[in-house]
Design a protein around this ligand. Structure first.
Ligand SMILES: [Zn+2]
Length: 235
């Protein structure tokens, strides 16, 4: 058998092995596994983002509590001063009332913010519970999908190994540079070999120049199709 025919026989087995490998990679079980993995990761990120927001909120809460007690201190000082030295004019009385009112409004607005934060934190807790539930369910689905994939892939992996060995056996006796050329063409187009039929490349159906046809007939050098790049072999 000449080298090109050996290469052809090798290609047939090589492509079968590639097909099993691609089935393994594109199996629905594997794809649902990847999808679930991504979903769980996304839920974890959402959970962490809520925790970060809660931490920021806790800091703000501390700052507001401090501000409220400062405003309350100011308010008591104002009232005490008014008791000790009651304002004597209408203007002074009005000034005092304005100051007290300002303090009171500050306290009120801070208290309002605190109430809003407290309702938000209830909401965050509920969201976290939902996320935990969703993630736990996804984890269950993930474990099931993984078990299914492992069972399926075990059989397929064995079939792949056997087919790869069959291909390797066919490679025996083919010069290394011819195999390297085959590999290079295969990275561009597959199948990498094409029969010459009626002067045409059977891969892309392009008529080949007569010089190329002569070279192929002589079988002294490797000829590639100028259009698709496949290595041409006599029919
Ligand atoms: Zn071609």
């Amino acid at each position: 058998m000449d080298q090109m025919e050996k290469l052809w026989a090798y290609m047939e087995e090589d492509i079968k092995a590639d097909r099993i490998d691609s089935e393994l990679r594109n199996s629905p079980a594997r794809q649902s596994l990847e999808k679930l993995r991504a979903f769980i990761k996304e839920r974890q990120n959402a959970y962490n983002a809520i925790d970060e927001t809660i931490a920021v909120m806790a800091d703000r809460k501390d700052a507001i509590s401090d501000a409220i007690s400062r405003a309350e201190t100011t308010l008591s000082a104002l009232i005490e001063r008014a008791n000790e030295n009651p304002p004597e004019t209408v203007e002074d009385t009005q000034l005092l009332i304005d100051e007290i009112e300002k303090c009171r409004r500050t306290v009120l607005s801070y208290e309002q913010e605190l109430r809003k934060m407290s309702s938000e934190s209830t909401e965050f807790d509920a969201r976290k519970r939902t996320i935990r539930r969703e993630a736990a369910r996804a984890k269950q689905d993930f474990d099931q999908a993984r078990a299914a994939y492992n069972a399926e892939s075990q059989t397929k992996k064995e079939a792949y190994t056997a087919q790869r060995q069959a291909a390797d056996a066919k490679a025996v006796g083919i010069p290394a540079e011819l195999l390297a050329r085959y590999g290079a063409v295969k990275r561009q187009i597959t199948p990498p070999l094409a029969r010459l039929t009626g002067g045409k490349c059977s891969g892309c159906n392009t008529s080949q120049p007569s010089a190329a046809l002569r070279k192929i007939e002589l079988g002294q050098e490797i000829v590639s199709c100028e259009t698709c790049g496949r290595i041409l072999i006599k029919s």
